[in-house]
Design a protein around this ligand. Sequence first.
Ligand SMILES: C[S@@+](CC[C@H](N)C(=O)[O-])C[C@H]1O[C@@H](n2cnc3c(N)ncnc32)[C@H](O)[C@@H]1O
Length: 222
Amino acid sequence: MTSNNQIKSKKRVRDHGEVFTSEREVKAMCDLVKEETERIDSRFLEPACGDGNFLAEILTRKLEIVKKKYKKSPLDYEKNAVLAVSSIYGVDILIDNVIACRERLFRLWDKAYSAVCKKECNDETRQAVRFILSRNIVCGNALTLLCVDENGNDTTDPIVFSEWAFITGNMLQRSDYTFAELLNESDSEENNQTSLFDKQQNEEGIFLKKYVSHYRRVQENG
Ligand SMILES: C[S@@+](CC[C@H](N)C(=O)[O-])C[C@H]1O[C@@H](n2cnc3c(N)ncnc32)[C@H](O)[C@@H]1O
């Protein structure tokens, strides 16, 4: 969304407060947490992400760092670029925004991946990244913490987020948590915005399920 194109319709502004942030403001705000935006695995969650203005800027910055560090090794680049995208989360109540956000982040990621890895690129990793984005960018109500239907109405399903973490070598672990429990936990932590998932995984009612697979095949645990 450009600064000239911050509103889609008056109805959407009235119904959902949908006004997109201009690129200049996005960059200035990201600069306030510059070090975190340039750490490959720092986690960011935007609870009203729209089509991803902030998330796209954060992903761009992270991928620049991945390129700087790993451009000479396509395999290391690929793995770290997956780590970068897996640390970015968003929620929006409107399904068209969610779809646009996922697609935008995927295209941005794929453009960077294709430019660095060239002939070493593979579609399995691209599918893995699409899957990660489908789990990380969620259609839900950030106030009730419930998933919504295509009309934006609450369902009974809680919003669930996946924590992604490399454990050994190329094995990526996915741990699912309810958003509600993550928020309860982060409320009790002092001003630490990136510690959303840093908690006991076996605490009752918080941790839902864990999967481990090669990072190119996370989509097999659908
Ligand atoms: C002011 S716009 C900001 C969009 C984006 N963060 C940006 O800065 O460009 C607010 C967004 O929040 C979404 N939204 C409104 N109510 C919401 C809710 N209860 N839960 C999740 N998203 C919501 C709207 O669909 C809209 O995309």
